[in-house]
Write a protein of this length. Structure first.
Length: 247
């Protein structure tokens, strides 16, 4: 069974298109044009063209591409802020999507839609203009994102899973936000968990999980991998490079 996965995107359309070209090159080598491509979430925030990313992914799905799209915490924050009455993320009400002292990235997202996000502008004005300028179909796109995708030996999710909870009984808060308890768990989860959310320098295979977020939000690349059973390769301009299980 073959699957492809793409790490956190964060509004970087050019980088996203580049890794899709790598996947198409790998498909040409294998002759497999049906294996799914899973975007691991965080389409929104921090990058320059969130609107372009959402358009590109939605257009690909509508054209029949075998793309599966996972909900990230930044996508969820975007959706909650742009409701008729803005709301914080249900788990992280300590974080405001537009806050200036921590780079959540909501202002970058709204700027891609032509919203004036000047620092001195009242939040209620930014919210009203965002509601007017972000198309309803883009918010609908977020509602259609999957919490996880489970296919045979591969379980795709944005952040991770809660150990010792059945994989089909996980809470959305954990699926989009979890870190410590998930990262610290060394025992098998059953399927290989393929995730992003936590930035690392290089795609890393821990045996029970695979982290694909290489920091596009902070100037790093978007990474793409191909997974066959428990074997993983990172896709590069020179072809496949094995990702060896970390000892």
């Amino acid at each position: 069974m073959r699957s492809y996965a793409i790490g956190d995107i964060h509004g970087h359309l050019d980088k996203l298109q580049a890794v899709h070209r790598l996947i198409e090159a790998d498909r040409a080598r294998t002759g497999d044009h049906d294996a799914p491509v899973v975007h691991l979430g965080d389409f929104a925030d921090r990058g320059p063209d969130v609107r372009g990313v959402i358009d590109y992914v939605r257009d690909g799905v509508q054209a029949g591409q075998p793309w599966i799209n996972i909900l990230g915490n930044h996508d969820r924050m975007m959706w909650y802020f742009l409701q008729p009455v803005e709301q914080p993320d249900p788990l992280r009400n300590d974080l405001h999507w537009l806050m200036l002292d921590i780079n959540i990235g909501g202002r970058k997202t709204l700027a891609s839609y032509g919203v004036d996000v000047s620092d001195d502008r009242p939040v209620w004005e930014i919210h009203a203009e965002g509601r007017a300028k972000v198309p309803a179909e883009d918010l609908h796109f977020i509602t259609q994102l999957k919490e996880y995708h489970w296919q045979g030996e591969h379980y795709f999710v944005h952040a991770g899973v809660r150990p010792n909870v059945p994989l089909d009984k996980q809470a959305q808060d954990d699926l989009v936000w979890i870190r410590g308890d998930f990262h610290d768990h060394k025992e098998p989860f059953g399927p290989l968990i393929i995730h992003g959310h936590t930035v690392i320098d290089n795609v890393t295979h821990y045996g029970n999980r695979l982290n694909v977020d290489t920091g596009a939000a902070y100037g790093g690349p978007i990474s793409a991998v191909v997974i066959e059973g428990r074997d993983v390769w990172q896709l590069t301009e020179d072809g496949r490079v094995p990702v060896i299980v970390q000892q």
